[in-house]
Design a binder for this molecule. Structure first.
Ligand SMILES: CC(=O)N[C@H]1[C@@H](OP(=O)(O)OP(=O)(O)OC[C@H]2O[C@@H](n3ccc(=O)[nH]c3=O)[C@H](O)[C@@H]2O)O[C@H](CO)[C@@H](O)[C@@H]1O
Ligand SMILES: C=C(OP(=O)(O)O)C(=O)O
Length: 437
């Protein structure tokens, strides 16, 4: 098992280009199952979770051609449904969260789907009710028995999926994607209220429309889908990864670096730049780049009534939970205090113990809330040995280590590799002292 060895304290400089968005591409890759025609996808990041999903598609019988870096063509014209109940799929499907989104397309196109309990970050309960209730609303039958290895959904006595109105209990990202992908081939009209509407989903819906689907309300939480008989091939380019972009903003602030983040697709960043600005970080829009000047200090704003700032997550267009760990680490060197409130996940803040070991001033109030009292870059964090518990805590610890005095070692870096492409090489290119050993 490799580790990252990091010597902190270097100021970084230069340009960094974000990879394609992990959470978008996981949806887009599943959608290739909805047509037997060619689907070309560009800007696919070369990261563990995505490569695993591509392997699963290949094992399912999808023909895959690599046209160049991050550029693949897929054709799902002979699917091996038996693979879905194999030992291999039990292992491979369970290795990532995104594989759950194979279910909607398979149900819609082939009338059934099976899925081992999906993996992904261990960051608290991650239920799948929204997905299965959605499929059942469309008329599918759900099957899961104690002791079985797979969840199953299938058409009820061969009856086709049929559109209906549904109000989702929660705006689940992967749940909405799954229901949309099932509904595009269902009979009649499906209305999904309280749909998730992250750019990931907007991109999925736009791609489906290019394939011939009829979807209205893209970008809102009310989607109306008129089912069609079949979909055709298309081309799709994945947006830059907004979570990576947020990570690089945090990295620049923590290491007092001047950085330009290239081609960020500002219009798809929502509230993200403003939340970092709330922490006092200067960032400028230069064409479609983010320019961050080197800053000796940054001061956390207060609310208008003078009370201490809270940064919390909310379904889009609220602040994504995937950036709260970064906000937390950035706050450790800000001037002032902030309450970080992770509402969605209950086990995502425990990594603060490591930051406390490094000298950060944090009180974990409960599993969802941490108060950070910033050190104002007057005392650097201290390097240490740590292990990455999940992808975003992992990158946050890495950023902490790059800002810290002395040497740090990070174990369990597979978690970071799940979502960040060649991170060590890319960070070395802007001046970081990091090696994979
Ligand atoms: C592969 C992928 O795309 N993963 C993302 C996806 O996971 P995923 O789609 O699994 O996450 P969901 O959107 O289903 O829900 C995440 C968590 O938030 C809770 N919840 C969700 C919606 C809501 O309105 N209220 C609420 O409390 C859920 O109970 C759950 O605990 O979305 C999450 C939430 O943005 C992100 O952290 C993950 O990176
Ligand atoms: C939680 C995340 O990923 P996943 O849903 O794949 O575990 C994430 O990307 O931050």
């Amino acid at each position: 098992m490799s580790v990252f060895q990091i010597r902190g304290g270097n100021r970084l400089s230069g340009e960094i280009t974000p990879q394609g968005a992990k959470n978008e591409v996981l949806q887009i890759l599943c959608a290739v199952l909805l047509t037997t025609e060619l689907v070309r996808i560009k800007n696919i990041p070369d990261i563990r979770d995505v490569n695993r999903l591509i392997e699963i598609l290949e094992d399912l019988g999808v023909k895959i051609q690599k046209n160049g870096k991050g550029d693949y063509t897929f054709q799902a014209d002979s699917i091996h449904m038996e693979y879905l109940q194999s030992k291999e799929f039990k292992k491979d499907g369970a290795a990532l969260r995104g594989s759950i989104m194979l279910m909607g397309p398979l149900l819609a196109k082939y009338g059934k789907a099976f899925m081992p309990k999906p993996g992904g970050d261990k960051i608290g309960r991650r239920r799948l009710d929204t997905h299965f209730i959605g499929f059942m609303n469309l008329g599918a039958k759900y099957r899961f028995e104690e002791g079985e290895d797979f969840y199953g959904v299938e058409l009820d006595n061969g009856k086709p999926l049929t559109g209906t109105y549904m109000l989702l209990e929660e705006a689940s990202v992967t749940g909405t994607a799954n229901i949309v992908m099932a509904a595009v081939l269902a009979k009649g009209k499906t209305t999904i209220y309280n749909a998730a509407c992250e750019p990931y989903l907007q991109q999925l819906c736009k791609m489906l429309v290019r394939m011939g689907a009829k979807i209205e309300g893209i970008g809102s939480n009310l989607l109306t889908i008129e089912g069609v008989e079949e979909l055709s091939g298309t081309e799709h380019t994945v947006l830059p990864d907004m979570i990576e972009i947020g990570s690089w903003i945090g990295l620049a602030a923590m290491t007092k670096s001047e950085l330009t983040i290239k081609n960020v697709s500002w219009e798809n960043l929502g509230i993200i730049p403003d939340v970092f600005r709330r922490l006092g970080i200067q960032l400028e829009k230069v064409n479609d780049d983010i320019y961050i000047p080197s800053q000796e200090h940054y001061k956390i704003q207060k609310f208008m009534d003078g009370s201490i700032l809270t940064v919390s997550d909310a379904p889009w267009p609220g602040f994504t939970p995937d950036l709260l760990s970064i906000i937390l680490v950035v706050a450790t060197q800000a001037k002032g205090s902030v309450l970080v409130h992770q509402k969605m996940f209950e086990s995502r803040l425990f990594f603060v113990d490591k930051l406390i070991d490094m000298g950060a001033q944090i009180i974990l109030c409960d599993p969802h809330r941490a108060t950070v009292i910033g050190l104002n870059h007057e005392t650097p964090l201290r390097g240490t040995t740590m292990s990455s518990p999940d992808i975003r805590a992992g990158i946050s610890l890495l950023i902490a280590a790059l800002s810290a005095k002395g040497k740090s070692i990070i174990h369990n870096i597979e978690q970071i590799d799940r979502g960040y492409e060649q991170i060590d090489t890319r960070l070395r290119a802007i001046g970081a002292d990091i090696i994979r050993a």
